[in-house]
Design a protein around this ligand. Structure first.
Ligand SMILES: [Zn+2]
Ligand SMILES: [Zn+2]
Length: 137
C-alpha cells in the first residue's frame, strides 16, 4: 500500500469518525468475538494502552503524550530487537504469510513478546492492525 493510499484510508476513517464518534465502541459491541480473541493476546493493561492510542489517534487529539506511552515504547523496542536479530542472522525475514509477497514487515501480536512475530506485507500488516471487516480496499 502506497503512502497515498494510506492517506486515503486514514481520510475515510476520519470521515467515519466524524459521522459517528462512537464508531469503535459500537463496532466492538457488534463484534464481541473479535475482542475475545484479542483478550487472549493482550492483557488488560495492553487493551488500555490500545484504547488510549486510538482515543488519541482518532479521538480528540489533544495531547502528544502518545510518544511517551508504554505502547509506543514497547513497539519501538520490539522493532529494534527484530532489526538486531535480522542483522545478526539469528532471524530470517519471511514472505508475507497471507499473500507471499517478498517485501514483508514484522508484525507483533504482542509487543511484550518481541521475538514472536508474524511476517506480513505492508498491505496485510495494516489490515491486521485495523481488522475492520467492512474495510476491504
Ligand atoms: Zn500480504
Ligand atoms: Zn504489526
Amino acid at each position: 500500500m502506497s503512502y497515498k493510499d494510506k492517506q486515503k484510508q486514514l481520510e475515510v476513517m476520519r470521515k467515519w469518525r466524524e459521522r459517528n464518534p462512537n464508531y469503535f465502541r459500537e463496532w466492538r459491541e457488534r463484534n464481541p468475538n473479535y475482542f475475545k480473541e484479542y483478550d487472549k493476546l493482550h492483557s488488560r493493561d495492553r487493551i488500555e494502552y490500545f484504547r488510549k492510542y486510538y482515543r488519541q489517534k482518532f479521538g480528540l487529539n489533544k495531547n502528544k503524550e502518545k510518544h511517551d506511552s508504554e505502547y509506543y515504547y514497547l513497539r519501538k523496542k520490539a522493532n529494534q530487537i527484530i532489526f538486531v536479530e535480522l542483522r545478526a542472522g539469528r532471524m530470517k525475514r519471511l514472505p508475507c504469510s497471507v499473500c507471499g509477497c517478498e517485501k514483508s514487515e514484522a508484525h507483533h501480536p504482542n509487543y511484550s513478546k518481541p521475538l514472536e512475530v508474524i511476517w506480513l506485507c505492508k498491505k496485510h500488516h495494516e489490515k491486521e492492525h485495523h481488522k475492520i471487516s467492512t474495510f476491504n480496499t
